[in-house]
Design a protein around this ligand. Structure first.
Ligand code: GDP
Ligand code: MG
Length: 163
């Protein structure tokens, strides 16, 4: 199927929560404990009459930081290969981490549309905190709260526009 969207980002930023909201089923595994082996999840979604497939790149393996980072890198590279657009999710609670910077570095080289989603923006204060994510060098970002859906409409408007 055309219109493949991959959701990438380091563990615990809220990728699966957002994925579940997109596919409106509870199939992806969501948990707050990192270090669980998980496969990629696939689902279908639709916005403004446009259908697309979504890949939740949740899979990563428990292990040293090297293994961990290697796995995320592999997921991002796979996403870059097969997706038509990439949603890069980061976490406003944690701010920019070295792993976010690694992912951003890979994505900055890509010519496919990259949408930066600053997640867990649950209140107005966090809206201000999100500004630091300009430093990832990916341009404009979308503030969302995957948990309650706030802000996701704007992100999806943009997504179906670039697909
Ligand atoms: P993943 O590892 O990136 O797939 O992240 P998960 O979707 O498993 O979520 C990790 C944790 O972040 C869980 O405890 C979620 O409930 C929490 N979380 C996800 N979205 C939000 C949000 O919008 N706001 C807040 N406050 N927490 C969130
Ligand atoms: Mg996940």
């Amino acid at each position: 199927m055309n219109n493949i969207v991959a959701i990438v980002g380091r563990p615990n930023v809220g990728k699966s929560t957002f994925f579940n909201r997109l596919i409106q089923r509870r199939e992806a595994i969501v948990d707050s404990v990192s270090g669980v082996t998980r496969d990629r999840n696939y689902g279908k979604s639709e916005w403004n009459g446009k259908e697309f497939s979504v890949i939740d790149t949740g899979g990563y393996v428990k292990g040293s930081d090297d293994v961990f980072e290697g796995e995320i890198r592999r997921q991002v590279e796979l996403a870059i290969d097969e997706a038509d657009a990439i949603i890069f999710v980061v976490d406003v609670e944690e701010g920019i981490t070295p792993m976010d910077e690694e992912v951003a570095k890979l994505l900055r080289k890509v010519t496919k549309p990259i949408l930066l989603a600053v997640n867990k923006v649950d209140n107005a204060m966090r809206e201000k905190d999100a500004i630091e994510f300009y430093n990832l060098g990916l341009g404009e970002y979308y503030t969302i709260a995957g948990m309650n859906g706030s802000g996701t409409g704007e992100l999806l408007d943009k997504l179906v526009e670039v697909l």
